[in-house]
Design a protein around this ligand. Structure first.
Ligand SMILES: [Zn+2]
Ligand SMILES: [Zn+2]
Length: 800
């Protein structure tokens, strides 16, 4: 018998499929469209990770099935290639980042092709290609014209090691996401995108899409919309007012201090002379601390009294103003009212600095701990006796009537820091003119191409290396023609990925980012799979850009993705993250060499539920290899494929068709593989035969997962055309209903027998059948049956 020679089979079919252009998505085709997308990778020097293979193979299986079901499937791939690792590598080696990128892409592409993924390569995109980033720049100009891009001097997260400004979401636990160094605050002029203007729609429109629930929840929490009250606190002996946002206006009579952030604009003004030195050194101290350190609940609170007071409008009490860095300047106006009796952090602060703790909501024991729940108001003058919810409304009404407050909505979401002081990114298409101010580059002059530089290191001032290239920086103002300077900041690596799903639809268009009619045909993306870690960054950013384009009538849909799904990570065999330093990285190339691409694909589907994180197991790989060998031998064994199928096996086959169909549509890849393995085990048993037609039906089912071996076996059975031009099989309902099941028979609650019955029998038929069983009759021994309890498809209990 012939050997399963995957190393010969796989490259052969890959070449053949490419020759036949089997996976081409056709614009405006009459078949129903299906746009399936996986997040495009960053082509790093490490090559493809087995984690990539997991989601690419899964969505590949789905795409292949949908094609066989008659859909016009778009399953594209590209490269998200701007970013720091490439730049750092270029700095180290002296190679140009573009060259490094090109080399890495070659490796990635070769690896993907060796897995037999059915991408439509004619739509390949690369965010670092100037033909692509021309449109990233063009979209930036539209954002600017709409007032959604602006420059602002602001404290940004600064990584002293990478010398780069980081968005809040790039700072993990106070550390730089890229290099792990402790971040600091630094004031720099930054380009900002006004994502906050879309906060409500980014929440509300989640109702229009079918994302997995946990993804929706994460986005909603990230945006952090809350309804509340803004209260004005007049500063004593000053005309200045501190505005404070709170969701708990019911605790207003419990305010015993005010805290402002070290960055608050009023701090200098209100600090009294005798407190000046203390305040200055405190501000310096807090500058060195990350936002994470400052705001952690468990961390000890620090603070200094400014010497000034403000007035609580509800009772005209004089309240001391402190400065403390657990208050953040960019959230809620940078000031908070301190209600120690009813807030954990305020309580800790009050205990440490001996601030009054005054209970105004009953329900807890504030001598032990703060009470943060709702309750009945006390010590609150005319509002005593009200319940919290009602009190929030009544006190807010009172504040509005007295013109010292208003109802308002607050968001956690901040505007998006869009500047990077780095070389390897899209130049921001802006010119600074002394006469005209900020001017956008003319659209006809796009792209603003990255100039060649000798050194890629960021400058010590924090400016981008582009600032050192005089012949590039100095230019003419597009408006007045006078001398002007180019913007030297580049875009963050999130820019190219914010709209790439649009470019796949029309990748070679030089007139527009994409043709509107093509967008109308293909949008929205029907299924978009990616990492859970991108939920609040990339996924939110791209929804924001898409909505801006929608408002400009440049895209036809309000939302880019109809369904978002997230895969779990693949860990190393030892349960840790795969890492060179742990020496536990599994290279997909090695698995392909030893077991073949089909085994790799099958294993990555089989390893566990798709949305869960799973550790690699070489035993699991070997099990999948044995399964494919079994399939190979069955199809090469003349005794297993005959004229007529074994009856039981036919029923099993149609159950299998149903199961594969349902589970694949529901992203349950692991159970699909499990039932196929089970089926092959039964078929292997002595004397079990399938007809050629039924055997081919099994091949259809396996084809999305293990395309190479299936195409080979299909060919061996005498078929000339590719199996991927065939139709997906339908199951026969009647055949499935013919199935039998095991019914448990109890007598007085004790299991006495198990009998095989046909599914679909009536209760009366079941009763007759059971009473006719010899074994049961023996148990009954002519006793009278008091009760016949029947739980369909499960058990019967006879009470005698
Ligand atoms: Zn860093
Ligand atoms: Zn000008």
């Amino acid at each position: 018998m012939s050997k399963y020679n995957f190393s010969k089979i796989e490259p052969r079919w890959q070449k053949e499929w490419e020759k036949q252009d089997l996976y081409k998505a056709v614009d405006f085709d009459k078949r129903p469209k299906k746009y399936v997308m996986v997040e495009f990778p960053y082509p790093s020097g490490e090559g493809l990770h087995v984690g990539h293979v997991r989601s690419y193979s899964a969505l590949d299986a789905l795409s292949r099935k949908k094609r066989m079901q008659g859909f016009n499937v778009l399953y594209p791939m590209g490269w998200d290639a701007f970013g720091l690792p490439t730049e750092n590598y270029a700095i180290k080696t002296g190679l140009h980042p573009a060259k490094v990128t090109e080399d890495n892409i070659k490796i990635f592409k070769k690896q993907m092709k060796s897995i037999g993924l059915s991408f439509d390569w004619s739509r390949e995109i690369n965010t670092t290609d100037s033909k692509y980033y021309k449109w990233s720049q063009w979209i930036f100009i539209q954002l600017f014209k709409k007032g959604l891009a602006y420059q602002s001097e602001m404290p940004i997260n600064w990584c002293p090691k990478c010398k780069i400004g980081l968005a809040n979401e790039e700072v993990i636990n106070g550390k730089c996401e890229r290099c792990g160094a402790q971040t600091e605050k630094k004031n720099l002029k930054q380009w900002m995108l006004k994502i906050t203007e879309y906060a409500d729609r980014l929440i509300d429109d989640l109702e229009k899409v079918d994302y997995v629930e946990k993804i929706k929840t994460q986005q909603i929490n990230w945006i952090g919309r809350s309804n509340g009250t803004e209260i004005d606190f007049k500063i004593v002996d000053s005309d200045e007012i501190i505005k404070v946002f709170t969701t708990r206006a019911d605790t207003s009579f419990g305010i015993t201090a005010m805290i402002i952030a070290p960055e608050h604009s009023l701090l200098k003004k209100i600090t009294t002379k005798e407190n000046q030195d203390k305040i200055n050194s405190y501000v310096d101290f807090s500058k060195k601390r990350s936002e994470f350190e400052r705001t952690q609940l468990e961390k000890e609170k620090t603070g200094v009294f400014t010497g000034s007071y403000c007035i609580n409008p509800v009772n005209n009490e004089k309240i001391p103003i402190w400065v403390s860095d657990y208050v953040i300047a960019t959230y809620g106006g940078g000031a908070v009212m301190i209600v120690p009796a009813h807030d954990k952090r305020d309580y800790a602060f009050a205990k440490k600095y001996d601030v009054d703790i005054r209970e105004v909501v009953s329900g807890g024991d504030i001598s032990k701990e703060p009470y943060t729940g709702y309750g009945k108001l006390i010590n609150s003058e005319e509002f005593n006796g009200l319940l919290s919810k009602e009190a929030i409304e009544k006190i807010t009404d009172w504040l509005i009537k007295n013109k010292v407050g208003k109802r308002t909505i607050n968001y956690k979401l901040r505007d998006w820091v869009f500047s990077r002081q780095h070389y390897w990114g899209e130049p921001i298409p802006i010119v600074h003119c002394e006469k005209c101010g900020i001017v956008t580059v003319s659209e006809k002059d796009l792209p603003v191409e990255l100039p060649h530089v000798e050194k890629y290191e960021p400058t010590d001032t924090g400016e981008s290396p582009l600032a050192d290239i005089q012949e590039w920086v100095n230019t003419r103002c597009p408006k007045c023609g006078g001398l002007a300077k180019r913007e030297t900041d580049t875009m963050p690596n999130w820019a190219g990925s914010s709209w790439y799903f649009l470019r796949y639809i029309d990748p070679n268009n030089n007139e527009k980012f994409a043709d509107f009619d093509k967008l109308k045909y293909w949008l929205p993306v029907d299924l978009y799979n990616g990492g859970m870690e991108h939920t609040t960054l990339h996924l939110l950013y791209s929804r924001f850009w898409h909505k801006v384009l929608y408002d400009l009538k440049l895209v036809p849909t309000e939302e880019p993705y109809q369904l978002r799904y997230s895969h779990g990570m693949v860990l190393a065999e030892d349960g840790r993250k795969m890492s060179k330093s742990f020496n536990n990285v599994v290279n997909p190339d090695d698995i392909i060499t030893e077991y073949g691409a089909d085994t790799l694909r099958i294993y990555e589907m089989f390893m566990g539920p798709f949305d869960q994180t799973i550790s690699w197991s070489i035993k699991g790989v070997q099990g999948c290899f044995r399964f494919l060998n079994k399939v190979w031998h069955i199809f090469n064994n003349k005794e297993k494929i005959g004229k007529v199928s074994d009856k039981k096996l036919i029923t099993k086959l149609h159950q299998l068709i149903k199961k594969v169909n349902d589970d694949l549509d529901n992203m349950k890849f692991n159970t699909v593989i499990a039932v196929m393995m089970e089926f092959v085990n039964v078929w292997s048993e002595d004397g079990k035969i399938l007809s050629k037609k039924d055997a081919q039906a099994f091949l259809y089912l396996l084809s999305p997962f293990a395309p190479h071996i299936v195409e080979e076996l299909w060919n061996i059975l005498g078929n000339k055309e590719s199996i991927f031009k065939e139709e997906w099989p339908e199951y026969n309902k009647e055949l499935i209903q013919e199935e039998t099941l095991q019914l448990i028979v109890q007598i007085n609650g004790k299991v006495r027998d198990k009998i095989e019955i046909k599914i679909g029998l009536s209760e009366k038929e079941v009763q007759e059948l059971i009473l006719s069983q010899e074994k049961i009759q023996k148990w009954l021994d002519d006793k009278k049956i008091k009760k016949f309890i029947y739980i369909p498809n499960r058990l019967v209990n006879l009470v005698i």
